[in-house]
Design a protein around this ligand. Structure first.
Ligand code: ATP
Ligand code: AMO
Length: 430
């Protein structure tokens, strides 16, 4: 039986390991191999005069990134990583790798993001890249466990849909028999309908599809959204839920992913405070107008430069609250005190938006009016509107972009780094 490389200690007498040939070096009488599995890297030292003939044949044949199984004697040595080396009695090639490699896994030759994504299976063999996905996995685990603990029901909603939720221009039409259909931009309408179904607290982690035309470092055409919806709650309640979740995710990664964070060069990950600042939109605009070159006035959406300027001023995660009703979707609830403002919010990382949410408009007549006032037709929303006529509780929720969370937490320069197989304007394979 092979054992994980991390578990090979100098105290062991013999061991069998299996993995990929990370590096090879031949010094004549001595040859060195670094063998890598997902738990670590270890040195195999081959004194050519002392090993069986089969071993000599195999090491001549083997190439970098081939899969091998090696058995032999463990020796303590300060010269090898982990303070031990393996002197082989057997060296089997399980799968030989062709050369040259499309990508240098040992990272001696730097590669552009496109080359890396084209050979993603090799890219993810790099411990630093694998660390990103290990952190992402931990993040998802923390999210699931937090939401289940909070009493949420996990749901799955359709990704083939008949209507836009977030505005008509970013839709991907698909061929669906004789009907008009699209890929879903957000579970928005369905998670709201589940409030009418009496489920009270639901969440979904699933793909969203947005036909964003341009290539940016923070937009994907297929992203992962963490969505929640809560009955008998308003925007302030779900903002508290969101800041608790962010705190919990960061704490879990800081506690369980120390080796991964080290590899990514962020050994002391800063966990955001449990309570984050609330910045009213009006004040955010004033900061942006003062600090950024981008022209901006009350009633404008925040552009990239404005987001940056405000983020620099805040220096931490924060909420933007009290948005003008005119620039938020129809499903946001206008404020009772001043209907020109609505109960919507965004959660911001200093560098970009992470989440949008709101108390929803649960009043049928008002919702129909808001759909009309956005220039949309209520007829297109019949299936969504019906539940609002038969007992829809007040409710609120948010959507949190998983890739943006990974990107900002791991300090990645491009959102594509946070997805195994990203979809953008130019990429549908691999
Ligand atoms: P949301 O769509 O939920 O508001 P977001 O962070 O994508 O989230 P946007 O409103 O789409 O926010 O974008 C905010 C700013 O980012 C825009 O004002 C614009 O400056 C920039 N931006 C957004 N999408 C693009 C794009 N496809 N290409 C270039 N810049 C973009
Ligand atoms: P919104 O459109 O703001 O809100 O999306 C929520 C969050 O999802 C992420 N996101 C994206 N990430 C990468 N690439 C994209 N193209 C992309 N689009 C969105 C962002 C964003 O903050 N229905 C509402 C949510 C709600 O109110 O519950 C919605 O979809 O992190």
């Amino acid at each position: 039986m092979r054992i994980p490389i991390r578990e090979v200690t100098p105290q062991l007498e013999r061991a069998t390991i299996a993995g990929w040939v990370h590096e090879e070096r031949d010094l004549g009488g001595l040859a060195f191999f670094l063998i890598r599995d997902r738990t670590g890297i270890m040195q195999v030292t081959v004194p050519k005069k002392k090993v069986p003939e089969d071993v000599l044949i195999a090491i001549k044949e083997v190439s970098r990134e081939s899969v091998v199984r090696v058995s032999g004697i463990i020796k303590a040595t300060e010269k090898a990583p982990g303070g031990r080396e393996l002197v082989p009695e057997s060296f089997e090639i399980l799968a030989k790798a062709a050369s040259p490699l499309p990508l240098d896994v040992a990272e001696k030759v730097p590669a552009e993001i496109d080359t890396r994504l084209d050979a993603r299976f090799l890219d993810v063999r790099r411990p630093r890249i694998a660390a990103i996905f290990s952190i992402r996995s931990r993040m998802m685990e923390a999210t699931n466990s937090f939401l289940f603990r909070e009493g949420f029901l996990q749901i799955t909603t359709p990704k083939v849909v008949a209507a836009a939720t977030e505005g008509g221009t970013e839709l991907f039409p698909i061929a669906y028999f004789e009907k008009e259909a699209f890929l879903s931009q957000s579970p928005q309408l369905y998670k709201q309908m589940m409030m009418a179904a009496g489920c009270e607290k639901v969440f979904e982690i699933g793909p969203i599809f947005r036909a964003e035309e341009h290539n940016t470092i923070r937009h994907l055409n297929e992203a992962t959204s963490i969505d929640v919806e809560v009955s008998f709650a308003d925007h302030t309640d779900v903002m508290v839920l969101l800041e608790k979740l962010i705190h919990e995710i960061y704490s879990s990664v800081a506690e369980n992913c120390t080796a991964e964070l080290e590899l990514l060069g962020i050994p002391d990950l800063q966990v955001p405070e449990k309570t984050l600042p609330r910045l009213p939109y009006e004040e955010a605009i004033l900061i942006a107008a003062k600090k950024s070159e981008e022209p901006i006035a009350y009633g404008d959406d925040l552009g990239t430069a404005s987001e940056r300027a405000i983020g620099e001023e805040m220096g931490t995660h924060y909420f933007i609250t009290e948005w003008p009703t005119s620039i938020r979707p129809y499903y946001a609830m206008p404020s009772a005190a001043d209907p020109s403002i609505c109960n919507a919010f965004d959660l911001m990382h200093p560098k970009m938006e992470l989440s949008s949410g709101a108390q929803r408009c649960h009043v049928y007549d008002l919702l129909v009016e808001q759909i009309r006032s956005k220039g949309l037709s209520p007829e297109g929303f019949e299936f969504y509107l019906k539940p609002f006529q038969y007992g829809m509780p007040p409710h609120a929720g948010w959507g949190l972009g998983a890739e943006r969370l990974v990107m900002t937490m791991c300090n990645l320069q491009n959102i594509r780094e946070a997805v195994l197989f990203p979809r953008d304007r130019h990429r549908v394979t691999p």
